[in-house]
Write a protein that binds this ligand. Sequence first.
Ligand code: BEZ
Length: 212
Amino acid sequence: MTLRLGDIAPDFSQESTEGTIHFHDWAAGQWVVLFSHPADFTPVCTTELGYTAKLKDELARRNAKALAVSVDTLDSHGRWVADIEETQSVTLNFPILADPDRKVATLYDMIHPNSLLNLTVRTVFVIDPDHKIRLTLTYPASTGRNFNEILRVLDSLQLTDHHKVATPANWQDGDDVVIVPSLTDTEEIQRRFPKGYRALRPYLRLTPQPNK
Ligand code: BEZ
């Protein structure tokens, strides 16, 4: 099944390193970063899961939590966690789904056989508290992901859900944002953006981030 932005993230029940996860119940009003890795005991994946563990507080500040998945067994995950913790100097603080029956991998189309036979590629789904898919990313096995980018997208989504703005290229939290082109009412613009704005073009209007 092809999952697209705005679709409801499919529900599932699957075993994890923190017990059985009933996905929609587990998500319970939070943002979720659901991400697959190709295989346990591989170098790039070890760094990715270690780095994600270090982001726990940053994710929590954004009402978000991580959930990893691969087609390895629970026993394999358990043994690998010890390696992640030792080599990356972290305590693994989020669950890893054990998906040897490929239930989750199939639901989320995480196996791309022409790229990596029988293993999940590096996908990321950012899922909002209404279980809607808000971001999808797919990376090749040879390239570790930039997890700071996931935080940046969470910041952008959470800002733009509540203000009539969008975030420009390479935007970081606190930078100027753009006013959505559909907003043209002068009084509403003044009310929403009391600090004013710079119009480089009628459709390109920059304003200080409204929630700062
Ligand atoms: C890795 O995590 O290093 C990796 C996994 C699968 C294929 C290539 C690299």
